[in-house]
Design a binder for this molecule. Structure first.
Ligand code: KG4
Ligand code: ZN
Length: 352
């Protein structure tokens, strides 16, 4: 029997994306439209995001279908992001998917956006399978998970304030570098000295022990404030402009240092030298290099290609395929399912 053909739709934030996926790895069509309307505001404006999704969703889906050379009628199932994310933005994609699932009589999977980020690397790399320690780092979330198998997730730690990507975006704004912050900070940091400023490594102390929440949790808000204070001083001295590359490099090194140290704690505790990263910050070259270095020759690091690291419909289709094939209660959504900005991570288990 042919592998299932799925359509994945993502509209949780500022990317309108649709993908056609055959089985776990054959990405037949994929469109990602990043809304540029937010650039001038230095961050995503929710009302503008919903409107922009609504304007392009039909075209984006049509374009992915025609790239794949398939029609809606050939689909076996549809997956759409149901949360977490911006309510108005989520509703556009989910409602579109519900309507089509109803009209075609096909199953609908209401996908959790962060679970989908876990699946992104496996679309290109068949070896990106559990067990692994997973670091999910996006604009809205920072989560450290132990994943013994798909669908079973032990939450080790998460951020107490800003997400890692959010810290990149806010610091880029402070440095006058624009939005989104991650890619531009990486670019500017390449010309700076990561050791120029000793920014704090928040929530990282050598006296932390397993079992204490601090051991795995993250916090990036104080680091951002620290950069802001430094910028105020440098501006007062008229030395800000020339210091931007060093500031970017030192900030990036602090974030990467904390992410890698906490991930390695999980690697040690679980006795598993396999790490998977997902979410927009997984596109960071310095993060990937530092993790690969920390894991050493005996370790395995899995990460998505840059296009599949940031928000995309392919990972939504891939996560939907998992739920379709598992077929556990709740895996197929009822047609009155609604978008949930605070949707709970599915399959969370207590530490074992
Ligand atoms: O997963 P994603 O596309 O959207 C959310 O689910 O939030 O992640 C977007 C985030 C942004 O904060 C962006 O600054 C960050 O990913 N990002 C990066 C890099 N590329 C994107 N952060 C650090 N380094 C990068 N190269
Ligand atoms: Zn995301």
């Amino acid at each position: 029997m042919a592998e299932p053909l799925l359509l994945g739709i993502e509209t949780s934030c500022d990317e309108t994306s649709a993908a056609v996926l055959r089985g776990p790895m054959r990405l037949l069509g994929h469109r990602i439209l990043t809304q540029d309307v937010h650039e001038v505001y230095g961050g995503v404006v929710p009302e503008l995001a919903s409107r922009a999704h609504l304007q392009v969703i039909d075209t984006v889906v049509d374009s992915a279908l025609s790239e794949a050379g398939v029609t809606l009628a050939q689909l076996d199932a549809i997956g759409a992001t149901a949360g977490p994310g911006l309510i108005g933005a989520l509703l556009v994609g989910l409602t579109w998917a519900k309507a089509v699932a109803y009209a075609l009589g096909r199953p609908l999977v209401a996908v959790h956006h962060m679970e989908a980020h876990l699946f992104a690397a496996s679309i290109d790399d068949a070896a990106a399978q559990p067990p692994f320690v997973a670091l999910l780092v996006s604009g809205g979330h920072t989560m450290l998970l132990w994943v013994p198998e798909w669908g079973r997730y032990e939450l080790l730690g998460e951020t107490r304030d800003d997400a890692a990507g959010e810290a990149f975006d806010k610091v880029a704004k402070i440095l006058g570098l624009g939005y989104p912050g991650g890619p531009v900070i990486q670019r500017v940091a390449a010309g700076g000295d990561p050791g120029a400023w000793a920014f704090p490594r928040p929530m990282l102390a050598s006296n932390q022990r397993p079992g204490e929440a601090d051991y795995y949790d993250f916090s990036f808000s104080g680091l951002k404030t620290s950069v802001l204070n430094r910028v105020h001083h440098l501006r007062a001295e008229g030395a800000f402009e020339g210091a931007v590359p060093d500031l970017a490099a030192s900030f990036q090194a602090a974030v990467v240092g904390v992410l890698v140290a906490k991930t390695m704690r999980a690697v040690e505790e679980k006795g598993c030298r396999r790490v998977l990263i997902g979410g927009g910050v997984a596109a960071s070259g310095p993060l990937r290099e530092a993790l690969a270095h920390a894991l050493g020759p005996g370790g395995e690091l899995y990460f998505p290609s840059p296009r599949l690291a940031t928000d995309n419909g392919a990972m939504i289709a891939r996560a939907a395929l998992f739920h379709l094939e598992r077929g556990a209660p709740g895996d197929i959504a009822p047609l009155d399912v609604t978008a949930r900005p605070d949707m709970a991570f599915p399959g969370l288990v207590q530490p074992c």
